[in-house]
Write a protein that binds this ligand. Structure first.
Ligand SMILES: C[S@@+](CC[C@H](N)C(=O)[O-])C[C@H]1O[C@@H](n2cnc3c(N)ncnc32)[C@H](O)[C@@H]1O
Length: 355
């Protein structure tokens, strides 16, 4: 859209802003899509949502709805997008390592960024918590070839892939919530965890991390990274699609809380871990992944955050859900000049050193 086109759109916006039912544009301009996505995010920050995808919401209407959403909408949103209680989702279906690895390079990039901040040059014992298909474990083993590096994960499919990838490495099937190193006489120098703790029930995350840190000797490191994308359109649109009260998936999803709860704030992390730590290094990185299309965004989240939404659905409803979700994504992510899509992905990193 040219600047002139955008100016014309602004004129249209002002007119439509005061009209009772704003015109729907077949293909909203970049400006319009920005406005649309901003209002979506604004409303999600308020803990509300938009029930129908809105190609071109008038500001006034959007804010009025945000401040006073319809009653029915309020009721089911309390259950769908809770930030204070964790998802009721319990992994009924196993992970699909092949789907997860479709974006292996992008998913492994934060492993390198986290590793670069670990202040230990030659650890003896390293454990990759939630090692997945072994992509993160492989990076750890390459960085510390003389260390005893091992991995654990609760997914049989992931563990099988990891064992195939690194046959000489020890991989254990286990649940983080109860797992402990079998022999901790020789303490673990580095606990490493990439993109895992967001899957732990919200209220258990920090106590669990503290439990692992307590197992370490002074100077030991607990390093983790988690996606911080609760407010990103990719995730807001999942919750919104799930809230479509007239769709067949609504009754299936409404009591399941499929959205992963937002990760704890940096202040909460600091306050929970500093009593055990000599130092805490906390930072955010926003990656901009260049994906081929909106469909590629769907493929990405199908390997992770979309699973709790679509796993419980019948094949037919799954197709319907994914199609409705894709339509929403097309409204909130612009198409770049080369036809590709910039997928913004904020991630939170923490490196804790045991006191
Ligand atoms: C997004 S993948 C991350 C895989 C890998 N660490 C990486 O860097 O790409 C998340 C992994 O966490 C594992 N996971 C989730 N909850 C877990 C739990 N309670 N105990 C052990 N593993 C868990 C999943 O099985 C999955 O393999």
């Amino acid at each position: 859209m040219s600047p002139k086109g955008d100016r014309q759109s602004i004129k249209k916006l002002r007119k439509s802003d005061i009209s009772a039912s704003p015109p729907r544009l077949a293909r909203p301009s970049r400006l319009m899509r920005f406005i649309s996505s901003s209002s979506v995010l604004y409303r999600h920050r308020l803990g509300t949502s938009i029930t129908k995808a809105e190609g071109f919401p008038a500001f006034r209407q959007a804010f009025r709805t945000a401040l006073s959403p319809p009653k029915q909408q309020k009721q089911h949103l309390v259950r769908m997008s809770s930030t204070d209680t964790n998802t009721g989702y319990r992994q009924a279906k196993d992970w699909n390592a092949t789907q997860y690895l479709k974006f292996e390079q992008e998913r492994t990039r934060p492993v390198h960024d986290l590793l670069a901040q670990i202040p230990i040059s030659s650890p003896r014992r390293v454990v990759d918590l939630g090692c997945g298909p072994g992509n993160s474990t492989e990076v750890l083993a390459a960085r510390w070839p003389n260390a005893q590096v091992s991995g654990m994960d609760s997914s049989p499919d992931m563990i099988e892939k990891a064992r195939g990838r690194l046959p000489d490495t020890k991989f254990e099937l286990g649940d983080l919530n109860t797992w402990a190193p079998t022999d901790n006489k020789e303490k673990v120098d580095v606990f490493f965890s990439n993109a895992v703790f967001q899957w732990v029930p919200s209220e258990k995350r920090l106590p669990l991390i503290a439990r692992f840190i307590e197992m370490q000797a002074p100077g030991g490191v607990f390093a983790f990274q988690v996606p911080d994308n609760f407010l990103e359109p990719s995730h807001a649109m999942m919750r919104e699609t799930a809230s479509d009260a007239d769709k067949p998936w609504f009754p299936v999803l409404q009591n399941r809380q499929p959205a992963l709860a937002r990760f704890q704030s940096t202040q909460e992390i600091y306050d929970a871990l500093i009593p055990l730590c000599r130092s805490l290094n906390i930072w955010h990185t926003h990656y901009y992944h260049i994906l081929e299309s909106h469909e590629a965004v769907v493929e990405w989240v199908k390997g992770t955050g979309l699973r709790p939404f679509i796993d419980p659905l019948s094949e037919e409803d799954k197709k319907g859900f994914v199609a409705a979700y894709l339509e929403r994504l097309k409204k909130v992510y612009s198409v770049s000049v080369d036809g590709r899509v910039l997928y913004k992905f904020p991630r939170l990193f923490v490196v804790a050193v045991r006191k």
